[in-house]
Design a protein around this ligand. Sequence first.
Ligand SMILES: [Zn+2]
Length: 218
Amino acid sequence: MKADNKRFWAGDNIADYIAPSDKEHLIEEATKAFEQVLDTLLIDRETDPNSKGTARRLAKMYFNEIMAGRYDPRPDATSFPNDSEDRYEGMLVVRSELRSMCSHHHQPVVGVAYIGIIAAQHLIGLSKYTRIAQWCARRGTLQEELANDIAREIEKATGAKDLGVYIQAVHGCCENRGIMAHSSLTQTTVLKGAFKVDAGTKKEFFDNIKLQQEFAPR
Ligand SMILES: [Zn+2]
């Protein structure tokens, strides 16, 4: 990656550089490294039954779950034409549950993204919005970057130029350590096209978010 000048920050996807067979090898390598960390923390991983398999569990969790969005390619999002006479021209707002992790402390970030678009020439299946959002989230992220990443990937998948992404999340690094603020909530918004320049579209987006929150408050 260095030779290619390819950035490999915690929030970057590097699937092009990882073959499926590499993953198992990397998990092995990470297991050994986590064993060393546990040893340094003076945790007896030989006789403590709860700590025996922890290094491997951590390694697998990083590659297959909490950071899977770095190593896995973008989920397929087959698009359907939306160009007939009676095509859908309205706004679409999808609410996606998010599980992410902050790059700074590797603490969980738990929240929800509201993704709004004005339907363009093609549509993708509703579950794909959430799949794409989760793929972006399952990395080491900053919430500000995450909102940008989701907006960019939804734009690529749908061709929509008018879109908005609003994220509301609680951060483990503020709740479990440091400031220990248990009711802290962070909001980020990215608006593009009509969502940015047209007050009516922007209002409709946020009104939809409020309706969603009334229907299923988090
Ligand atoms: Zn943090």
